[in-house]
Design a binder for this molecule. Structure first.
Ligand code: PEP
Ligand code: MN
Length: 339
């Protein structure tokens, strides 16, 4: 941390800052410039934050130079992390396709969607049993029954399952069935939920809040990590902007930006970001080219009858193009498609 004194700050004001830092066990290094003096602090940032230095006479600004997140930061952990989901890697050397229905509706629909996902090259199955819907009148998911359907489909297809949990109280039950727990955009800052998934002993996919900054997103991941779970995958799913043509605006820069800030895998959801079937393949190509470690794609055997997010679900006919992108592009990025 650095304390920037006001121009013309009195020597005793500078001395008072140094004394307060030293009395808290830190070291302070004073650097006197022509215009102003800065004081560099070495020690525990959390302790310094409690010192209220900003309120001291003569202090202009207190600037943090290290990242507020620790466990998930690249600065403390330079090597990129590979997260294994029931043996399926998501990390820097590979590219992983995750696909499936937005929501689990029936055993037949879930199995058919899983077979579509598998045909496109997916090695993980997505599907929501608990759906965080904007409208309380919309289909809310099958709950525990949906988890049982997912487990049956896993048995039949061999695809491990990624499924959302929306309430901290449901975490033990969902963790019993799921191979990876998803925290959705609307719950990114549900801190009780983050702590509960952090303690559940399963890998976590943390979607970016629809108006969250990179720092807020990584601080949310830090809540999970703090409970002893570093198997976290970060999913960019589009952010809120002024544009209404797409459901959300895919922030493609999030991939290289967050890879620089964190050692955790970063993946893209081209379905929930564009919100339109015709954008899924182009956004998937962009995701791979930007260096995403995986994508998570909605597919449905009959999107016109889908109970949730039909307009963005791929039809069987669209899968060849998706499969080709996932097969041809990752090698250009030095990655192997997980199969
Ligand atoms: C989902 O993946 O089913 C979902 C609800 O996504 P998001 O949280 O990104 O809206
Ligand atoms: Mn959805």
């Amino acid at each position: 941390m650095v304390v920037v004194m006001r121009p013309g700050a009195a020597p005793e004001e500078i001395d008072a800052v140094v004394a307060r830092v030293e009395s808290a066990g830190g070291s302070a290094f004073v650097s006197r410039g022509v215009q102003r003096t800065i004081v560099g602090l070495v020690g525990d940032v959390v302790v310094f934050q409690g010192l209220n230095l900003r309120a001291m006479p003569g202090v202009g600004e207190v600037v943090r130079v290290s990242k507020p997140y620790k466990l998930v930061s690249r600065e403390n952990h330079p090597e990129a992390t590979t997260v294994e989901v029931a043996g399926v890697p998501i990390g820097p050397d590979t590219f992983t396709l995750i696909a499936g229905p937005c929501a689990v509706e029936t055993p037949e629909q879930t199995l058919q969607a899983a077979l579509m996902a598998k045909a496109a090259g997916a090695t993980l199955l997505r599907g929501g049993a608990y759906k965080p819907r904007t409208s309380p009148y919309a289909f809310q998911g099958l709950g525990e029954k949906g988890l049982r359907i997912l487990a049956e489909v896993r048995e039949e297809t061999g695809l491990p399952i990624v499924t959302e949990v929306v309430d901290a109280a449901d975490v033990p039950l969902v963790a019993e069935w799921a191979d990876m727990l998803q925290v959705g955009t609307r719950n990114m800052q549900n801190f009780a939920l983050l702590q509960a998934v952090g303690a559940a002993g399963k890998p976590v996919m943390l979607k970016r809040g629809m108006t969250a900054t990179y720092e807020e997103w990584l601080m949310a991941a830090e809540y999970v990590a703090q409970r002893g779970n570093l198997d976290i995958v970060l999913c960019e799913r589009g952010v809120r902007t002024f544009e209404t043509g797409t459901r959300n605006t895919l922030d493609i820069a999030a991939v290289p930006m967050v890879h620089n800030l964190s050692h955790l895998p970063v993946i893209i959801d081209p379905s929930h970001s564009g919100g339109r079937r015709d954008l899924v393949v182009p956004l998937s190509r962009a995701a791979i080219a930007a260096g995403a470690d995986a994508i998570i794609v909605d597919v449905h055997p009959d999107p016109t009858a889908a109970l949730c997010d039909g307009p963005q679900a791929l039809y069987g006919d669209d899968l060849d193009e998706l499969a080709a992108a996932c097969r041809d592009l990752p090698p250009l990025m030095g990655r192997r498609l997980v199969s």
